[in-house]
Ligand binder design. Structure first.
Ligand SMILES: Cc1cc2nc3c(=O)[nH]c(=O)nc-3n(C[C@H](O)[C@H](O)[C@H](O)COP(=O)(O)OP(=O)(O)OC[C@H]3O[C@@H](n4cnc5c(N)ncnc54)[C@H](O)[C@@H]3O)c2cc1C
Length: 417
């Protein structure tokens, strides 16, 4: 069924009883050409592009829980292409380009809202760094505007411009950045992949990876063994555990990142605002909730919930930047598991095992990467050659030290990126 205005009218007039399930619920087959481990944003988009662009449809996505139940449905939905370093800037630029056509591509409303993202700066040095970054972004072909303190005040008058701890020196604005509805992205890719013949298998945990003579042969799962010519690991926060099944030790640490949402309010914040100095960022959802978050919980964990010290820290930063937020009531908070690499940039690569591929290390920025990651990972799996937009995301950079992409310049400590 194609989604369009006529369909909504027809279903509305007939009691909404005609909507078909958005994907099948197939039993796993004993063998596939390609098995993808992980039904998050990256696994689903990879499956979609493998089928759509490369005509490969004998594929299964194996998900241990339910589709979209991982980080893809837990993030704060920011989409942007304002990275500085070569490698990252091309990749995220490619991703933003795909975002801009995603709704037409998938025939699905992912609610992309290019409301603009503003990063605040609080010192002369930071403003200079933003000017340099902005120039790099513009050279890359994307948009960036350096705003003066007055420019920031005109755009977002409700911030506290009198506070002395972190005075606002200006900001870097990307107007094409914004947000998208996270679970709609997962559902849109799932529906698109399913329609092209991909089997999406939920409640199917991979418990082992079969390797013989240096080549992958398939996987062991809670629903039996599945043979496969190629296996792709795309399990985000669980990447370290999944790769260990293939005897690999990844340069990844898993950390919890929390987020928060308030009760629904009338529209008051119409941009995405990042307050790096205080480790705080915020936007307002279409339902009216203020959606915000901050830093990692600072210790490795596989818990999908956070602890109180970081909650306190985030609330303090929020009050410092915009005291008006103190009047809003927090509705709920949650956490997701981030796969943090030592340079804060991801990995899309082959492994030393023939037919075994790896996609991970998205840290807390992997939602905006979903379209390009799927496109580039599908290209790698189908052709055995890296996609040009992701050619720098090599695993061996952590062994050789060559080609590291430390966007934040914080050094090789996973939780600092
Ligand atoms: C609070 C929070 C805020 C964030 N905010 C942003 C943001 O604003 N912008 C942004 O770009 N990014 C953001 N992120 C990061 C982004 O959500 C992640 O980087 C990205 O979603 C990770 O990729 P994924 O969608 O494939 O992960 P997931 O959705 O976690 O997918 C991985 C899947 O693998 C499955 N799996 C794991 N092990 C197995 C196994 N053994 N067998 C089968 N299946 C398995 C899991 O169940 C899971 O569904 C945020 C994350 C969090 C938690």
């Amino acid at each position: 069924m194609r989604f369009n205005a006529l369909q909504i009218l027809k279903q509305g007039l007939t009691g909404n009883r005609g909507w078909a399930p958005q994907w099948r619920n197939p039993e796993p087959k004993p063998e596939y050409d390609i098995v993808l481990i992980g039904g998050g944003g990256h696994g689903l988009s990879t499956a979609y592009y493998l089928a759509k662009k490369h005509g490969l449809t004998n594929i299964a996505v194996l998900e241990k829980g339910y589709l979209g139940g991982g980080n893809v449905g837990r993030n704060t939905t920011i989409v942007r292409a304002n990275y500085f370093l070569e490698g990252n800037s091309q990749f995220y630029s490619h991703s933003l380009g795909l975002w801009e056509n995603l709704e037409q591509e998938l025939n699905y409303n992912v609610m992309l809202s290019q409301r603009g993202q503003l990063m605040l700066c609080h010192s002369d040095g930071q403003r200079d760094a933003f000017a340099r970054r902005g120039n790099a972004i513009v050279n890359q072909g994307d948009d960036a505007e350096l705003l003066s303190p007055e420019g920031v005040r005109a755009l977002v008058p409700y911030l506290d411009y009198e506070q002395l701890r972190f005075p606002i020196y200006g900001g870097l604005l990307q107007r094409r950045a914004g947000s998208a509805r996270h679970d709609a992205v997962a559902w849109g890719y799932a529906r698109g992949a399913d329609r092209l013949g991909v089997d999406l298998i939920q409640q199917c945990e991979v418990t082992g990876i079969d390797i013989e003579n240096g080549a992958v042969r398939g996987v062991q799962t809670t629903r039996g063994s599945i043979r496969a010519k190629k296996v792709a690991m795309v399990a985000a926060g669980r990447s370290g555990q999944v790769a260990a099944m293939a005897g690999m030790r990844l340069p990844v640490e898993s950390h919890v990142l929390q987020a928060f949402v308030t009760e629904g309010l009338k529209p008051c914040i119409d941009h995405v605002i990042s307050f790096g100095m205080g480790h705080f960022y915020i936007s307002q959802s279409d339902k009216g909730g203020l959606v915000f978050g901050g830093d990692l919980d600072f210790y490795p964990s596989y818990a999908q919930r956070g602890n109180l010290p970081m909650k306190e820290h985030v609330m303090e930063a929020a009050m410092t930047l915009m005291p008006m937020i103190g009047k809003a009531r927090v509705l709920r908070s949650w956490g997701g598991i981030m796969d943090m690499t030592p340079d804060g940039s991801p990995i899309i690569d082959r492994t030393d095992t023939k037919g075994l591929y790896l996609n991970c290390g998205w840290c807390y920025g992997g939602f905006k990467a979903v379209p390009a990651s799927g496109d580039c990972f599908a290209h790698l799996i189908a052709t055995d050659q890296p996609h040009e937009a992701a050619s720098r995301y090599r695993l061996d950079r952590f062994k050789t030290g060559y080609g590291l992409m430390d966007e934040e310049g914080t050094g090789a400590q996973h939780n600092l990126h």
